[in-house]
Design a binder for this molecule. Structure first.
Ligand code: PEP
Ligand code: MN
Length: 263
């Protein structure tokens, strides 16, 4: 169902003012984790002013260590919804478990399935039935075939609002947190009609690389970006080392828009 043979025209996924695919570029930005109402509101205002149409923020966090901050859960979802009310940004947030799908879908505009859950097939089916667009992140060691078959699980439930997110894969290389293959954009566009979103934050793991890789992704034809932005990255509860400040995000948007306009 994701194949271009089934549907030759590119799909465009829209919710509120966010649109990605078929010539539209969706810019999503916000903190790795929702930490407080103040933090998410300040970030939402700043990323909206810079030109984002989506707000990201994790309320349920898949942390490597059980001793790390796990997210504010429903309180965090409420803060995201408040930020949407004020700014009109579409809320992107991760759902980690089938039992949380109804709860997260009540607050979110786009359900994010994280890299660690790309092959959680019952979760894929449940988000497929939730009636909301889905951002499916590539598993860190998933092949493209596995990635596309994971998308099929969602599409098969009657949900055709699926976006594919390349967020980097695990390789022998350690100078970046993951290895970000921008060739995924071109490859996936050849095989599928689904929009392709690039995550240069997790894809590099270093703030100083995020802007260049965001611009490169747009130049490669990506349908959108999802970028971690925090009011004060040095104090972030998670992923501060790869998060941009408001000024860095503004500069990234300026550069991306110049490239997008030239395409
Ligand atoms: C995230 O977006 O904060 C996240 C946990 O991403 P991933 O699932 O790609 O690791
Ligand atoms: Mn993160």
């Amino acid at each position: 169902m994701a194949s271009r043979e089934v549907r030759p025209e590119p799909s465009c996924i829209t919710t509120l003012d966010f649109a990605a695919g078929a010539g539209k570029i969706g810019y999503v930005a916000g903190p790795c984790s929702v930490e407080s109402e103040e933090q998410i509101l300040a970030t939402a205002r700043a990323v909206k002013a810079a030109g984002a149409t989506g707000l990201r923020g994790g309320a349920f966090k898949p942390r490597t260590s059980p001793y790390s901050f796990q997210g504010l859960k429903e309180d965090g979802l409420k803060m995201l919804a408040a930020a949407r009310s004020e700014t009109g940004l579409a809320v992107f947030t991760e759902v980690m478990s089938t039992e949380d799908v109804d709860l997260v879908a009540r607050y979110a505009d786009v359900l994010q399935v994280g890299a660690r859950n790309m092959q959680n097939y019952r979760l894929l089916e449940a988000v497929g039935r939730a009636g909301k667009p889905v951002l499916l992140k590539r598993g860190a060691s998933a092949t493209m075939d596995e990635f596309l078959l994971a998308a099929e699980y969602i599409l098969n439930e009657g949900n055709d609002q699926v976006m594919l997110c390349e967020r980097g894969i695990r390789t022998f290389e350690s100078h970046t947190r993951f290895t970000l293959p921008l060739a995924s954009v071109t490859y996936l566009h050849r095989r599928t009609h689904l929009p392709v979103i690039i995550d240069p934050s997790h894809g590099t793991g270093h703030t100083y690389m995020v802007c260049d890789m965001a611009v490169a992704a747009i130049a490669a034809g990506a349908d959108g970006l999802i970028i971690e932005v925090h009011p004060d990255p040095s104090t972030a509860a998670s992923d501060g080392y790869q998060s941009q400040t408001f000024d860095e995000f503004q500069r990234t948007m300026n550069r991306c828009k110049i490239v997008a306009d030239a395409l």
